[in-house]
Design a protein around this ligand. Structure first.
Ligand SMILES: *[C@@H]1O[C@H](CO)[C@@H](O)[C@H](O)[C@H]1NC(C)=O
Ligand SMILES: *[C@@H]1O[C@H](CO)[C@@H](O)[C@H](O)[C@H]1NC(C)=O
Ligand SMILES: *[C@@H]1O[C@H](CO)[C@@H](O)[C@H](O)[C@H]1NC(C)=O
Ligand SMILES: *[C@@H]1O[C@H](CO)[C@@H](O)[C@H](O)[C@H]1NC(C)=O
Length: 592
């Protein structure tokens, strides 16, 4: 257990004063990380979890604009545990050759990930539940996952069978505890691992990764995706619940581009099926909510609750019915990329809600900072999140989004014309969120583009760049002023140009790559008319082919112009993306 101080240590007056000075922030806090699978942030799932509300939302901070960069399990989880964007890990999908556990290992990440770093600096580390896709009953030991003191991993092909999951405990050959509800297995191992952790003097890091509310796969009606199974004690809950009928729910006019714009309107049979689908997701989350309650209880009994950070998030979001979509993820829409994030812990303000954007790549550096571990030569594309709400510097306002491969309908419907797969779902996205403006911009491998004004059109129904809606003289209101749409799009495209192949500092501070002088620090600065020519003449994001993975040759130009201060035009020359130095500079002063 952490922070049990022996009397002899307390007798040292130096240490005693240090303890007084550091106040609420222990130097080696415990960290509990709860990671659900496919949990939505836009259909009320958090509001249906009373223990989560009571112990985390009301006792901690909710990050309302937290994003995953790739809205599908494996790439997103690899980004979480490595702090790198998928274009840098090149784990871009769920199965080899593009992704999955084998690709994680092949690309060297079994030797470079958060749990391992924590373990190497003296933490006891634990994991229970799903780690990655394609982590299977055949490859679980070749090699074993590194970095965990104890583990109980769920393995493919049984990961999503709620009553017949395969598990490997501490590296032992897999077994299927048939008939046992998978989230209850997570609860059981959580208890056991916490017992182990609390008996030891080292601090601990434990991840609880239930399957809920992911679809049931491979056992249901059609052998495809079906709604999740529910623990018996939660059957029948929320009979009145319906998915919120927001303006973007099953809209009269199609939305989006590419395959999304061709989806037919959903009929009543499908709407009923979808409402029940989401009710079952909410029911499946009740077993997770019980885990929140029991973990809090256990930490409180042990007297370490106030020395423990608890993170609650999901690998990616989920849509059901918005934009006429069948249940699923893989899209760049807000439903899919904006994920829950709630944090409680020493010094984290209670009942705080923040709109400052953050991203999954920020979580590994955030946790290292909490644990007091130096970044060293680790290559993070994110920066620590201001969980204490104390930063005075404005944080960056962007989240990079990227996707390769196919979209998927995780439903009984959408299978009528063959496999429920939508090809060419390869795109770059970019989300900007500030107080007076918000945008989602995307460029697809078909070179179709989307631009939504998120303040005027939060449901993303009016693509300002669609050929139908596009008006050459159109303007956008930003901070009370009119700006030409074309100029806004040029700036967003240039930002995407940097982010789509950024590394480390250029991911965190992309405007600096365009304006090395440092004069432009955000989108609003870049709007200045003095940069109009620079941005209209900038190299544009484009694709030459739709690929299922990160094939750089199909992703258009890789260099861009930089703006040289004082010259007033785009003559900085083509800038080739350099291997940049890690410059994350943890600000330890925040911890005093
Ligand atoms: C459970 O999984 C095992 C494989 O580990 C399989 O052989 C068996 O058929 C499954 N049982 C059920 C009820 O699905
Ligand atoms: C709705 O569409 C589905 C799938 O195409 C079809 O099976 C069903 O019969 C339709 N229901 C109604 C009420 O039209
Ligand atoms: C996918 O894109 C390729 C071009 O990159 C095109 O040849 C193919 O027809 C597209 N397929 C679909 C289903 O849109
Ligand atoms: C990413 O991995 C794929 C599959 O192994 C490979 O074909 C591709 O070249 C890799 N991309 C980059 C940019 O390394």
């Amino acid at each position: 257990m952490a922070f049990r101080l022996s009397r002899s240590l307390l007798a040292s007056s130096w240490l005693f004063s240090a303890i007084i000075l550091t106040d609420a922030a222990p130097s080696r806090p415990n960290i509990v990380f709860i990671l659900t699978d496919d949990q939505d942030n836009h259909m009320g799932s958090l509001q249906h979890m009373p223990s989560l509300q009571k112990h985390l939302v009301h006792q901690g901070t909710t990050f309302e604009r937290h994003y995953c960069s790739t809205a599908i399990c494996c790439p997103s989880r690899v980004s979480l545990w490595t702090g790198q964007l998928a274009h840098n890990t090149n784990v871009t999908n769920v199965n080899p050759p593009w992704g999955g556990y084998p690709k994680f290992v092949q690309n060297g990440y079994n030797d470079h990930h958060l749990a391992l770093w924590l373990q190497q600096s003296g933490y006891n580390t634990y994991y229970v539940g799903k780690l990655f896709n394609a982590h299977t009953i055949d490859n679980y030991d070749s090699p074993h996952v590194s970095g965990y003191t104890q583990s109980n991993f769920f393995l493919d092909p049984f990961t999503y069978q709620y009553y017949n999951v395969s598990t490997t405990k501490n590296g032992a050959p897999p077994t299927n505890p048939v008939g046992k509800y998978s989230t209850d297995i997570v609860a059981e191992s959580a208890n056991e691992f916490l017992d182990h952790a609390l008996q030891d003097d080292s601090p601990f890091f434990i991840t609880l990764a239930p399957i809920a509310p992911h679809a049931l796969v491979g056992e249901g009606s059609l052998g495809g995706f079906d709604p999740p199974q529910v623990a018996e004690r939660h059957e029948g809950l929320f009979p009145e619940y319906k998915i919120p009928r927001t303006p973007n729910f099953n809209p009269d006019s199609p939305s989006g581009v590419s395959w999304v714009s061709k989806l037919p309107k959903l009929n009543d049979t499908i709407l009923d099926y979808n409402d029940e689908y989401q009710r079952r997701r909410l029911r499946s989350l009740q077993a997770v909510d019980e885990i929140v309650e029991s973990v809090i209880d256990r930490l409180e009994q042990a007297g370490v609750l106030e020395d423990t950070f608890i993170f609650y998030t999901s690998d990616n979001g989920y849509h059901i019915g918005q934009h006429r979509l069948h249940p699923g993820k893989t899209c760049g829409f807000e439903t899919d990329i904006n994920v829950p994030l709630v944090v409680r812990g020493p010094g984290v303000p209670a009942k705080r809600v923040t709109q400052v954007p953050s991203s999954h790549t920020d979580l590994a550096p955030t946790i290292l900072r909490i644990a007091g571990i130096e970044v060293g030569d680790k290559k993070f594309d994110g920066t620590p999140i201001d969980i204490h709400g104390k930063d005075t510097e404005p944080r960056s306002e962007h989240a990079a989004v990227e996707f390769w491969g196919f979209g998927l309908a995780e439903s009984l419907f959408g299978r009528e014309n063959g496999p429920p797969i939508y090809l060419n779902n390869t795109y770059k996205g970019l989300r900007i969120e500030a107080e007076s403006y918000g945008f989602y911009y995307s460029v697809w491998c078909s070179n179709e583009k989307e631009l939504y004004d998120m303040k005027a059109d939060p449901g993303q129904l009016h693509n300002l760049l669609s050929s139908k809606e596009r008006d050459i003289d159109a303007t956008i209101t930003i901070a009370g002023k009119q700006w030409p749409l074309a100029g806004v799009a040029d700036r967003l495209d240039a930002l995407m140009m940097v982010l789509k192949s950024c590394k480390q500092q250029s991911c965190a501070h992309p405007w600096k790559s365009l304006h090395p002088s440092g004069d432009v620090r955000n989108f609003h600065d870049a709007l200045s008319t003095e940069y109009d020519d620079f941005y209209s003449e900038q190299v544009k994001v484009s694709f030459t082919n739709c690929e299922a993975g990160y094939i750089i040759e199909s992703e258009g130009p890789q260099g861009f112009h930089t703006f040289e201060a004082g010259e007033g035009h785009a003559d900085g020359g083509i800038y080739d993306i350099p291997e940049q130095q890690v410059l994350i500079n943890p600000d330890w002063s925040l911890w005093e």
